[in-house]
Design a protein around this ligand. Structure first.
Ligand code: NAD
Length: 247
Protein backbone atom coordinates (compact mmCIF):
# COMPACT_ATOMS: atom_id res chain seq x y z
CA UNK A 1 0.00 0.00 0.00
CA UNK A 2 1.73 3.18 -1.22
CA UNK A 3 1.50 6.18 1.12
CA UNK A 4 2.69 9.77 0.76
CA UNK A 5 1.87 11.03 4.27
CA UNK A 6 3.69 14.29 5.17
CA UNK A 7 4.83 14.74 1.56
CA UNK A 8 4.13 17.74 -0.66
CA UNK A 9 3.57 17.15 -4.38
CA UNK A 10 3.19 19.45 -7.37
CA UNK A 11 1.38 18.21 -10.48
CA UNK A 12 1.37 20.47 -13.55
CA UNK A 13 -1.50 20.33 -16.03
CA UNK A 14 -3.51 18.90 -13.14
CA UNK A 15 -6.96 20.25 -14.08
CA UNK A 16 -7.59 17.58 -16.72
CA UNK A 17 -6.93 14.03 -17.85
CA UNK A 18 -3.77 12.30 -16.69
CA UNK A 19 -2.61 15.13 -14.39
CA UNK A 20 -5.92 15.19 -12.56
CA UNK A 21 -5.85 11.40 -12.04
CA UNK A 22 -2.31 11.62 -10.66
CA UNK A 23 -3.17 14.52 -8.34
CA UNK A 24 -6.18 12.59 -7.08
CA UNK A 25 -4.27 9.38 -6.38
CA UNK A 26 -1.47 11.29 -4.62
CA UNK A 27 -3.96 13.18 -2.44
CA UNK A 28 -5.90 10.01 -1.60
CA UNK A 29 -2.59 8.41 -0.60
CA UNK A 30 -1.77 11.13 1.91
CA UNK A 31 0.16 13.80 -0.02
CA UNK A 32 -0.62 17.50 0.12
CA UNK A 33 -0.99 18.26 -3.59
CA UNK A 34 -0.61 21.56 -5.44
CA UNK A 35 -2.59 21.38 -8.69
CA UNK A 36 -1.06 23.78 -11.23
CA UNK A 37 -2.78 24.63 -14.51
CA UNK A 38 -3.34 27.55 -16.89
CA UNK A 39 -6.68 28.60 -15.42
CA UNK A 40 -6.81 29.49 -11.71
CA UNK A 41 -10.53 28.72 -11.66
CA UNK A 42 -10.20 25.26 -13.22
CA UNK A 43 -7.32 24.33 -10.94
CA UNK A 44 -9.18 25.53 -7.83
CA UNK A 45 -12.33 23.65 -8.83
CA UNK A 46 -10.38 20.42 -9.34
CA UNK A 47 -8.48 20.84 -6.05
CA UNK A 48 -11.79 21.24 -4.26
CA UNK A 49 -13.17 18.14 -5.99
CA UNK A 50 -10.15 16.13 -4.82
CA UNK A 51 -10.25 17.45 -1.24
CA UNK A 52 -7.66 16.02 1.18
CA UNK A 53 -6.20 19.54 1.59
CA UNK A 54 -5.29 19.87 -2.10
CA UNK A 55 -4.37 23.43 -3.14
CA UNK A 56 -4.07 25.08 -6.55
CA UNK A 57 -2.41 27.81 -8.56
CA UNK A 58 -2.40 29.29 -12.05
CA UNK A 59 0.86 28.38 -13.79
CA UNK A 60 1.91 28.45 -17.42
CA UNK A 61 4.83 25.99 -17.42
CA UNK A 62 6.25 27.72 -20.50
CA UNK A 63 6.97 30.79 -18.33
CA UNK A 64 9.96 30.27 -16.03
CA UNK A 65 8.95 33.03 -13.60
CA UNK A 66 5.56 31.35 -13.14
CA UNK A 67 7.17 27.95 -12.56
CA UNK A 68 9.47 29.48 -9.96
CA UNK A 69 6.45 31.09 -8.26
CA UNK A 70 4.64 27.70 -8.29
CA UNK A 71 7.52 26.03 -6.44
CA UNK A 72 7.70 28.94 -3.96
CA UNK A 73 3.97 28.68 -3.32
CA UNK A 74 4.21 24.96 -2.47
CA UNK A 75 7.00 25.70 0.00
CA UNK A 76 5.22 28.75 1.46
CA UNK A 77 2.02 26.75 2.04
CA UNK A 78 3.50 23.46 3.26
CA UNK A 79 7.12 24.13 4.19
CA UNK A 80 8.51 21.51 1.79
CA UNK A 81 8.52 19.92 -1.66
CA UNK A 82 9.05 16.18 -2.14
CA UNK A 83 7.36 15.18 -5.38
CA UNK A 84 6.96 16.79 -8.81
CA UNK A 85 5.08 15.54 -11.85
CA UNK A 86 5.91 17.54 -14.98
CA UNK A 87 2.72 16.53 -16.75
CA UNK A 88 1.46 19.63 -18.60
CA UNK A 89 1.51 19.10 -22.34
CA UNK A 90 -0.22 20.14 -25.55
CA UNK A 91 -0.72 18.50 -28.92
CA UNK A 92 -0.14 21.38 -31.32
CA UNK A 93 -1.32 21.72 -34.92
CA UNK A 94 -1.46 18.52 -37.03
CA UNK A 95 0.79 19.21 -40.03
CA UNK A 96 3.70 17.45 -41.70
CA UNK A 97 7.15 18.84 -40.94
CA UNK A 98 7.46 20.43 -44.39
CA UNK A 99 4.40 22.51 -43.65
CA UNK A 100 4.60 22.92 -39.88
CA UNK A 101 3.64 26.42 -38.65
CA UNK A 102 6.61 28.03 -36.92
CA UNK A 103 4.59 29.48 -34.06
CA UNK A 104 3.00 26.06 -33.44
CA UNK A 105 6.43 24.44 -33.36
CA UNK A 106 7.69 26.92 -30.76
CA UNK A 107 4.56 26.67 -28.64
CA UNK A 108 4.75 22.87 -28.38
CA UNK A 109 8.48 22.88 -27.62
CA UNK A 110 8.01 25.65 -25.05
CA UNK A 111 5.34 23.76 -23.11
CA UNK A 112 6.31 20.10 -23.61
CA UNK A 113 10.10 20.46 -23.33
CA UNK A 114 11.08 23.81 -21.84
CA UNK A 115 8.25 23.50 -19.30
CA UNK A 116 9.73 20.24 -18.00
CA UNK A 117 13.20 21.79 -17.73
CA UNK A 118 11.80 24.78 -15.80
CA UNK A 119 9.98 22.43 -13.41
CA UNK A 120 13.18 20.58 -12.58
CA UNK A 121 15.28 23.75 -12.61
CA UNK A 122 13.26 25.31 -9.79
CA UNK A 123 12.14 22.22 -7.85
CA UNK A 124 15.47 20.40 -7.60
CA UNK A 125 17.26 22.99 -5.39
CA UNK A 126 14.32 22.91 -2.95
CA UNK A 127 14.21 19.09 -2.90
CA UNK A 128 17.97 18.96 -2.42
CA UNK A 129 17.78 21.36 0.53
CA UNK A 130 15.01 19.20 2.01
CA UNK A 131 17.03 15.97 1.79
CA UNK A 132 15.71 14.51 -1.46
CA UNK A 133 12.70 13.94 -3.67
CA UNK A 134 11.22 12.18 -6.65
CA UNK A 135 10.22 13.52 -10.08
CA UNK A 136 8.24 12.01 -12.94
CA UNK A 137 8.31 13.63 -16.39
CA UNK A 138 5.34 12.76 -18.60
CA UNK A 139 6.73 11.53 -21.90
CA UNK A 140 4.74 9.30 -24.31
CA UNK A 141 5.15 6.31 -26.59
CA UNK A 142 5.94 9.19 -28.95
CA UNK A 143 9.16 9.53 -26.94
CA UNK A 144 10.36 6.38 -28.69
CA UNK A 145 8.50 6.17 -32.01
CA UNK A 146 7.46 8.77 -34.58
CA UNK A 147 3.93 9.91 -35.41
CA UNK A 148 3.04 11.67 -38.65
CA UNK A 149 1.84 15.29 -38.29
CA UNK A 150 3.21 15.70 -34.75
CA UNK A 151 6.89 16.58 -35.24
CA UNK A 152 7.36 19.08 -32.36
CA UNK A 153 5.40 16.83 -29.99
CA UNK A 154 7.47 13.79 -30.94
CA UNK A 155 10.71 15.81 -30.80
CA UNK A 156 9.87 17.19 -27.35
CA UNK A 157 8.93 13.76 -25.96
CA UNK A 158 12.14 12.17 -27.31
CA UNK A 159 14.18 15.05 -25.86
CA UNK A 160 12.51 14.61 -22.47
CA UNK A 161 14.02 11.16 -22.17
CA UNK A 162 17.57 12.50 -22.54
CA UNK A 163 16.80 15.30 -20.12
CA UNK A 164 15.40 12.79 -17.62
CA UNK A 165 18.44 10.51 -17.82
CA UNK A 166 20.89 13.38 -17.44
CA UNK A 167 19.11 15.08 -14.54
CA UNK A 168 18.87 11.68 -12.81
CA UNK A 169 22.64 11.18 -13.10
CA UNK A 170 23.34 14.68 -11.84
CA UNK A 171 21.03 14.55 -8.83
CA UNK A 172 21.28 10.93 -7.66
CA UNK A 173 23.77 12.08 -5.02
CA UNK A 174 21.14 14.59 -3.81
CA UNK A 175 18.75 11.67 -3.16
CA UNK A 176 16.47 12.81 -5.99
CA UNK A 177 15.13 10.11 -8.32
CA UNK A 178 13.92 11.22 -11.77
CA UNK A 179 12.02 9.00 -14.20
CA UNK A 180 9.85 9.30 -17.30
CA UNK A 181 6.51 7.65 -18.03
CA UNK A 182 5.45 6.77 -21.56
CA UNK A 183 1.70 6.34 -21.96
CA UNK A 184 0.11 4.90 -25.07
CA UNK A 185 -3.03 6.68 -26.27
CA UNK A 186 -5.06 7.59 -23.21
CA UNK A 187 -8.63 8.77 -23.56
CA UNK A 188 -8.54 12.41 -22.36
CA UNK A 189 -9.52 15.90 -23.58
CA UNK A 190 -6.22 16.02 -25.49
CA UNK A 191 -7.36 13.10 -27.63
CA UNK A 192 -10.91 14.43 -28.07
CA UNK A 193 -9.53 17.85 -29.11
CA UNK A 194 -7.23 16.49 -31.80
CA UNK A 195 -8.77 13.28 -33.15
CA UNK A 196 -12.18 12.42 -34.62
CA UNK A 197 -14.06 9.26 -33.58
CA UNK A 198 -12.82 7.16 -36.53
CA UNK A 199 -9.20 8.08 -35.87
CA UNK A 200 -9.68 7.34 -32.18
CA UNK A 201 -10.99 3.82 -32.83
CA UNK A 202 -8.20 3.20 -35.38
CA UNK A 203 -5.60 4.27 -32.80
CA UNK A 204 -7.25 2.22 -30.05
CA UNK A 205 -6.85 -0.84 -32.31
CA UNK A 206 -3.10 -0.27 -32.63
CA UNK A 207 -2.59 -1.25 -28.98
CA UNK A 208 -2.16 -4.99 -28.33
CA UNK A 209 -4.95 -4.64 -25.74
CA UNK A 210 -7.21 -3.11 -28.46
CA UNK A 211 -8.24 -0.06 -26.45
CA UNK A 212 -6.92 3.26 -25.22
CA UNK A 213 -5.74 3.47 -21.64
CA UNK A 214 -7.34 5.41 -18.82
CA UNK A 215 -5.80 8.32 -16.88
CA UNK A 216 -5.99 6.17 -13.74
CA UNK A 217 -3.79 3.49 -15.35
CA UNK A 218 -1.11 6.14 -15.94
CA UNK A 219 -1.55 7.50 -12.41
CA UNK A 220 -0.91 4.07 -10.88
CA UNK A 221 2.50 3.75 -12.57
CA UNK A 222 3.40 7.38 -11.89
CA UNK A 223 2.60 7.12 -8.18
CA UNK A 224 4.58 3.89 -7.93
CA UNK A 225 7.65 5.62 -9.45
CA UNK A 226 7.22 8.59 -7.10
CA UNK A 227 7.03 6.33 -4.06
CA UNK A 228 9.64 4.69 -1.85
CA UNK A 229 8.60 1.35 -3.40
CA UNK A 230 10.64 2.49 -6.44
CA UNK A 231 13.72 3.37 -4.37
CA UNK A 232 16.17 1.72 -6.84
CA UNK A 233 14.58 3.17 -9.98
CA UNK A 234 16.02 6.34 -11.49
CA UNK A 235 16.89 7.72 -14.92
CA UNK A 236 14.58 5.33 -16.70
CA UNK A 237 11.57 5.36 -18.98
CA UNK A 238 8.52 3.28 -18.12
CA UNK A 239 5.81 2.45 -20.63
CA UNK A 240 2.12 2.13 -19.85
CA UNK A 241 1.04 1.56 -23.43
CA UNK A 242 -1.16 -1.54 -23.73
CA UNK A 243 1.54 -3.18 -25.85
CA UNK A 244 1.60 -0.41 -28.51
CA UNK A 245 5.39 -0.37 -28.84
CA UNK A 246 5.84 -4.14 -28.39
CA UNK A 247 4.75 -4.73 -32.00
P1 NAD B 1 -5.30 17.08 -21.26
O1 NAD B 1 -5.43 18.02 -22.40
O2 NAD B 1 -6.49 16.31 -20.79
O3 NAD B 1 -4.71 17.84 -19.98
C1 NAD B 1 -3.57 18.66 -20.09
C2 NAD B 1 -3.66 19.76 -19.05
O4 NAD B 1 -2.48 20.56 -19.17
C3 NAD B 1 -4.86 20.70 -19.28
O5 NAD B 1 -5.55 20.91 -18.07
C4 NAD B 1 -4.21 21.97 -19.79
O6 NAD B 1 -4.90 23.15 -19.41
C5 NAD B 1 -2.84 21.91 -19.12
N1 NAD B 1 -1.86 22.73 -19.81
C6 NAD B 1 -1.68 22.91 -21.15
N2 NAD B 1 -0.69 23.77 -21.38
C7 NAD B 1 -0.22 24.17 -20.16
C8 NAD B 1 0.78 25.05 -19.74
N3 NAD B 1 1.51 25.76 -20.63
N4 NAD B 1 1.00 25.21 -18.42
C9 NAD B 1 0.26 24.52 -17.52
N5 NAD B 1 -0.71 23.67 -17.85
C10 NAD B 1 -0.96 23.50 -19.16
O7 NAD B 1 -4.09 16.12 -21.67
P2 NAD B 1 -3.62 14.68 -21.13
O8 NAD B 1 -3.96 13.70 -22.17
O9 NAD B 1 -4.05 14.45 -19.74
O10 NAD B 1 -2.04 14.89 -21.22
C11 NAD B 1 -1.23 15.05 -20.07
C12 NAD B 1 0.20 14.70 -20.44
O11 NAD B 1 0.26 13.34 -20.87
C13 NAD B 1 0.79 15.54 -21.59
O12 NAD B 1 2.16 15.81 -21.32
C14 NAD B 1 0.65 14.61 -22.78
O13 NAD B 1 1.60 14.90 -23.78
C15 NAD B 1 0.91 13.28 -22.12
N6 NAD B 1 0.41 12.14 -22.87
C16 NAD B 1 -0.91 12.04 -23.22
C17 NAD B 1 -1.33 10.93 -23.95
C18 NAD B 1 -2.75 10.76 -24.37
O14 NAD B 1 -3.00 9.89 -25.21
N7 NAD B 1 -3.71 11.47 -23.81
C19 NAD B 1 -0.41 9.96 -24.32
C20 NAD B 1 0.91 10.09 -23.96
C21 NAD B 1 1.31 11.19 -23.22
Amino acid sequence: DIRFDDKTAIVTGAASGIGFAIAKELAQSGATVLLADLSAEDAAEKAEEIGHGAISCATDVAKPDQVEAMVKLAVAKTGRLDLLVNNAGIGGPAEPTGNYPLDGWHQVINVNLHGVFYGMRYAIPVMKAGGGGSIVNMASILGSVGFATASPYVAAKHALLGLTKTAALEHAADNIRINAVGPGFIHTALIDTHLDADTQSYLAGLHALKRMGTPEEVATLTCYLLSEAASFITGSYHLVDGGYTAQ
